[in-house]
Design a protein around this ligand. Structure first.
Ligand code: SAH
Ligand code: SF4
Length: 345
């Protein structure tokens, strides 16, 4: 019989598992706490279970783990990038950012990405496959095991488009949120999408409690289509309509991300159109100065960034500039591109 990976299972699924091996239901809660809260990898250490039960579990199940094949530390900030090897030999990257008040992990949702945004390192890789729930969860748990850092926030902003791996991502987020596990508050978990419209409606109608961020990057359809090909299928007007629907139904603010690309989307008319587009939507705008990836020439100057920011002084929503951390180890937004075991430094 093939062993079952218990990592990635919900409490209810663990209950089904323990019942299926003729054990008492309360064993599931013990397993849940060992796997997600205590972050252990073997049944051996589960001291509240008898030796015979631990042996039985060992024979029938295992606790999956990713292999860290490289870790890089930034010299510019408290940022570390982790390269994880998956069991089929593929790689994903994750990032830990330690700030005064927050310790945030940026997690990947897919290996590569099918959406091919022209400015994004992951986009240039193409799509390999979706990550499974346990592979999303173990990026967090592995970082915790390796660093001992008490992680407080999660952003699903690494490699891939989370809304094209909707079920696995949402299941992972609910597990992260569970009070008996890692217990990350629902408003401390952010899912960033490039704008997969049907999934925004689904996320809204399911009343998902996590924060939603939308990568807008341009307020004009033709411009957006040229840098984000997904816009041809999910155009701006319908995307904004979906965002309004979310804001109205959930009564939550949306974060709009806007990557500043030199001489592309930083004109006054871009700012004016952006303000027009978002008027009346309770939101926050994060301006992200483009982080250079190899062979790109889109990094704006500080003056260009500050000038663009100044166009929003009279705008009611909170607008902030997100200077990225960890550029020196290519760990900033959009720089994750683990195509092989070798990191491109
Ligand atoms: N696929 C999702 C989440 C991953 S990308 C999405 O697109 O939202 C996370 C963010 O990084 C997006 O807002 C994207 O626009 C931004 N990004 C991509 N490449 C970047 C780069 N080189 N510099 C700065 N931000 C980048
Ligand atoms: Fe995919 Fe997001 Fe990168 Fe676009 S920006 S290619 S959607 S990961």
């Amino acid at each position: 019989m093939e062993k079952i990976n218990l990592k990635g299972l919900t409490l209810e699924e663990l209950e089904q598992f323990v019942l299926s091996i003729k054990e008492k239901k309360f064993r599931a809660a013990q397993l849940f706490a060992w796997i997600y809260r205590r972050n252990v990898l073997s049944f051996d250490v589960m001291t509240d279970m008898s030796k015979s039960l631990r042996e039985k579990l060992e024979n029938m199940a295992y606790i999956g783990q990713l292999t860290a094949s490289n870790i890089q530390k930034s010299t510019l900030s408290e940022t570390q990038k982790f390269l994880f090897q998956l069991n089929d030999g593929l790689f994903v990257e994750s990032v830990l950012m330690v700030e005064e008040k927050r310790r945030t992990v940026c997690l990947s949702s897919q290996v590569g990405c099918a959406l091919g945004c022209t400015f994004c390192a992951t986009g240039t890789l193409g799509f390999k496959r979706n990550l499974e729930t346990w592979e999303i969860i173990d990026q967090f748990l592995a970082i915790q095991r390796l660093t001992g850092v008490d992680i407080s926030n999660i952003v699903i902003m690494g490699m891939g488009e989370p809304f094209l791996n909707y079920e696995a991502v949402l299941k992972a987020c609910h597990l992260f949120n569970h009070p008996d596990g890692t217990a990350i508050g629902n408003r401390r978990i952010v899912i960033s999408t490039s704008g997969i419209i049907p999934q925004i409606y689904r996320f809204t109608d399911e009343k998902q409690p996590f924060k939603l961020a939308i990568s807008l990057n341009s307020p004009f359809d033709n411009q957006r289509s040229s840098i984000m090909p997904i816009n041809k299928h999910h155009p701006l007007e319908r995307l904004i309509e979906a965002a309004r629907y979310y804001a109205k139904k959930s009564r939550q603010r949306i974060t709009f991300e806007y990557v500043l690309l030199k001489n592309v989307n930083t004109r006054q008319e871009d700012a004016d159109q952006l303000k027009k587009l978002l008027s009346g939507i309770p939101c926050k705008i994060n301006l992200i100065p483009y982080n250079a990836i190899p062979d790109s020439n889109w990094q704006p100057t500080i003056e260009e960034v500050e000038k663009f920011y100044s166009y929003f002084l009279n705008f009611p929503a909170v607008v902030s500039i997100r200077w990225s951390k960890g550029q020196d180890i290519q760990a900033a937004c959009g720089q994750l591109a683990a195509s092989t075991g070798e990191l491109s430094v």
